[in-house]
Unconditional design. Structure first.
Length: 364
């Protein structure tokens, strides 16, 4: 085995770290990123808070028996944080379901009393359109985070459309948080929701700052990993969806870079035997009770002298109280991986993130 190579050191947030983050953010320019537009559109998204909370009021007053998070591919992975957090902090009956699977099995507990939440950036996702066509007939209330004038939007009871021109994941996450966590609050869970919603008003500025802190490391990782045979990605808890999103939807789909995403726990039941020279491990490390699983992967890599890197969300400061960090750490990962690291891979692979061979190129 080669000498252990860790590209990312880990440390906890402190006052010094916050000051360092601010100082760094003043000096670094982000490649392929319009900071002014990002912040302007972030303000527009936050301004939709009252609109979304009013929708939550209406849904709560009408009542619902359960919630289905309906997605596929990226939308399914993006919903994973809410699946995890709702189940952790409430006893609301919630199911995260793949749209293609829903079309195959038609869950019996999806009824007229269900609340279905879905999302589609394009508004034309074939599997979601097919699912909504039969779900609509059940009489279930369908909330879509999509465009109003599109196939998905026209099948929804309620549409929440982000007032933006760019497709940053964090915009959707903030709007979805206003809806889902407001619903939790109305059922007696998440009692400090209002304080949480107040504090994330500055989240987009925070996410710009941490992008700048991470920028040199993003370049280093992309330069080192882009031409490896493949990279193993591990993650868990609230961050597993973001790990899948980056590995599959960004690197595989948009960069044609081979990956092997696996949960930190499952890594030790097969994938560990694939760690060898020129097969690096990328560890996405969170702050919840699953952190010990992520640390176990890191310790294993150290022990066998593997090549690995760690993205530890604890390293990055946000202007929210500690009790709210579990709800926003997925946004750190999407900002740093799905947005920043993706742009640096694009530089080294010389492969346009928008180019596809097969995806949406013909019917299949």
């Amino acid at each position: 085995m080669q000498e252990t190579t860790c590209l990312y050191s880990v440390f906890h947030i402190s006052k010094h770290q916050e000051e360092r983050q601010m100082a760094v953010s003043e000096k670094i320019e982000l490649i392929k990123f319009n900071e002014e537009q990002y912040l302007k559109e972030g303000d527009a998204v936050y301004a939709q808070r009252a609109e979304v909370e009013a929708i939550a009021d209406t849904i709560d007053q009408a009542g619902y028996s359960n919630i289905f998070l309906l997605g596929i591919g990226g939308t399914e992975f993006e919903f994973a944080q809410f699946d995890y957090l709702v189940k952790k902090y409430s006893d609301i009956e919630l199911y995260a379901i793949n749209a293609a699977d829903a079309n195959t099995m038609h869950p019996k507990n999806l009824t007229k009393d269900s609340l279905v939440i879905t999302a589609s950036a394009s508004g034309t996702t074939v599997e979601i359109v097919e699912a909504l066509e039969w779900i609509q007939k059940t009489g279930a209330h369908i909330v879509g985070f999509t465009k109003k004038d599109c196939p998905v939007g026209r099948l929804c009871t309620t549409v929440i459309e982000a007032k933006v021109t760019t497709g940053q994941c964090e915009y959707s996450y903030v709007l979805q948080s206003f809806l889902i966590y407001s619903l939790l609050n109305k059922k007696g869970f998440f009692p400090n929701y209002t304080k949480f919603a107040d504090q994330i008003k500055t989240i987009f500025k925070n996410l710009v700052d941490i992008r700048k802190v991470y920028e040199p490391k993003a370049d280093e990782i992309a330069k080192t990993f882009y031409n490896k045979p493949y990279t193993i990605f591990t993650g868990s808890g609230a961050l597993w969806g973001e790990t899948l999103l980056f590995a599959m939807c960004i690197l595989e789909e948009m960069q044609w870079v081979r990956t092997r995403p696996v949960t930190s726990a499952q890594f030790f039941h097969g994938t560990l035997e694939l760690v060898e020279k020129d097969v690096p491990v990328f560890i996405v490390k969170g702050e919840d009770e699953f952190r010990k699983q992520d640390t176990r992967v890191e310790d294993f890599c150290k022990k066998i002298n593997a090549e690995y890197t760690v993205l530890d969300t604890q390293e990055f400061a946000l202007d929210v109280d500690p009790e709210f960090r579990p709800f926003v750490i997925p946004w750190i990962v999407t900002a740093l991986l799905t947005e920043r690291l993706a742009k640096h891979y694009e530089v080294y692979t010389k492969h346009n993130l928008q180019y596809r061979r097969y995806y949406h190129q013909f019917d299949y």
